[in-house]
Design a protein around this ligand. Structure first.
Ligand SMILES: [Zn+2]
Length: 480
């Protein structure tokens, strides 16, 4: 059963006010990784809480304590939980999303102010930090609630919401909460039959997809220190071991220019794809142009589509992210930094986990550092991580999402595995023991975490219809 026409019409007729809702959300710069923005993350949680309440959701804010960031003790943003519907004849879905965002500065290369939603009618795009990651999807759910409330229609399923404000900073406090909560008699997750998360993207700009796998991650900081304070190269150059030199030498030994991971044992842990698996990637609606369009340059690692896709979906990858403590401003400062920290991470696929990868990384870097014969000090810090995840994509929840996609987009979705990590996916799957569906709203070129992040108006509006239709398809597909 497709969603009722009055619901779909309501979404179409309220397009502008739904865009206004997203604009209000984007204007709150809740960057979880910036201590100076912590209050804004709280404000964003308040905003979401109020929106949910408006449409009949019973909510609860959960204090998950404090943490230390950049030497500062900070309160963690509360989880915003919600529940609506308690009909035992209906399925109960748990919806997860996050209301924090990545940092963004106009000077990074944004064409508009990042914390103001800019509507480009000629391209049909909405630009702004968080537009697609993850405020668009969570406002999509609020839009679905609004439609049902205004039309006085009961929802076809019971819904539980779990929204967090620390996703972009390792979801601190969330796993602990979920693992404790499921043990309780009157748990907020009691009776949940399946989980739905909208926090990833289509593979391309044309074909909707359902995602049944995610890579895990292990994030590291390689610290090197030597001098007691920053030194001047005119005074100390070629007299002392320089931390930055050691660091750059070591970082150059982690990965090669073709993406091959040089840490022994990491690539080797994953068996190569057989012909059958290879065929899955050949079939996906994707081209080298797609990757190059979304990357903004012709820089694909190979001309072979399946190879490029497998690089992201079923292979580990190692990326170098940055160097803390290094001179990076304009000008030509002659400093020798006293202490530098190289940040890098490895995306993981089964059977890799942070636990079996970290010893390989430590052993290799210690050995390579020893070879340098430097008198500086080196240590490898594991910052955060999560295991990879693969789900049963024949489950009724996936079938409902497939039918909903066919109804709204008139296309059968691609079935994809994603290169990124959403560690909570695995936590929900393991703690609740239910199926988890990743149902993306945005396109592959949305630029989440990047400059000029956007969400197409059509993805926001059709995506809102998709979320609502999915609920009706769950009802239709599970009726006895
Ligand atoms: Zn996200």
């Amino acid at each position: 059963m497709a969603a009722p026409t009055d619901f779909l019409n309501y979404i179409d007729s309220n397009k502008d006010s739904f865009i206004d809702r997203l604009a209000k959300a984007v204007e709150i710069p809740g960057v979880s990784g910036d201590p100076a923005r912590r209050e804004d993350v709280f404000r964003m949680g308040d905003f979401l809480d109020a929106e949910l309440k408006k449409y009949g959701v019973e909510t609860k804010r959960v204090d998950i304590g404090t943490h230390t960031m950049e030497g500062e003790q900070l309160k963690l943003p509360p989880l915003v939980l919600g529940r609506i519907g308690n009909d035992s004849s209906k399925k109960t879905l748990l919806i997860y999303g996050h209301f924090d965002v990545q940092p963004a500065f106009k000077s990074d290369g944004w064409k508009y102010e990042p914390f103001k939603l800019t509507r480009e009618d000629e391209t049909g795009k909405l630009y702004g930090r968080g537009s697609t990651d993850d405020k668009g999807p969570i406002m999509g759910w609020v839009n679905v609630l609004e439609a049902h409330s205004k039309l006085q229609k009961p929802l076809p399923v019971n819904i539980r919401f779990c929204f967090e404000g620390m996703e972009e900073s390792g979801s601190e406090g969330l796993d602990e909460f979920i693992l404790e909560e499921v043990k309780k008699q009157d748990s907020w997750f009691k009776g949940v039959d399946a989980v739905c998360i909208s926090d990833n993207y289509w593979l391309n700009t044309r074909t909707p997809c359902l995602t049944y796998g995610l890579r895990g991650i292990a994030y590291y900081k390689l610290n090197i220190s030597g001098p007691g304070a920053d030194l001047h190269s005119g005074v100390f150059g070629r007299m002392v071991h320089e931390p930055m030199t050691d660091l750059v030498l070591l970082m150059s030994k982690l990965v090669d220019q073709n993406g091959k991971i040089l840490v022994p044992g990491v690539d080797e842990m994953v068996a190569p794809a057989d012909a059958e698996e290879q065929a899955i990637y050949e079939r996906l609606d994707y081209s080298i142009e797609d990757v190059e369009t979304s990357a903004g340059a012709a820089i694909a690692l190979s001309d072979n589509k399946a190879e490029v896709l497998m690089g992201r979906m079923r292979s580990p990858s190692l990326s170098l992210h940055g160097i803390e403590g290094a001179f990076y401003g304009v000008g030509a400062k002659t400093v020798i930094p006293a202490k530098v920290g190289g940040k890098f991470s490895i995306r993981l696929v089964p059977p890799q986990t942070p636990d079996n990868i970290t010893p390989l990384v430590e052993k290799y870097l210690n050995a390579e550092f020893k070879k340098l014969g430097s008198k500086n000090k080196m240590n490898v810090e594991y910052l955060h991580g999560g295991k990879p995840w693969v789900e049963d994509h024949k489950h009724w929840s996936y079938e409902a999402a497939r039918r909903a996609t066919e109804t709204i987009y008139k296309q059968t979705p691609d079935y994809t595995r994603e290169g990124g990590s959403i560690p909570v996916t695995l936590t929900f799957a393991e703690a609740l023991g239910v199926n988890v569906l990743l149902l993306p709203m945005g396109r592959g070129d949305d630029g989440a975490h990047s400059t000029n992040e956007k969400l197409d108006i059509s993805n926001y509006i059709e995506g809102t219809k998709l979320l609502g239709t999915y609920l009706y398809e769950v009802e239709a597909g599970t009726k006895a």
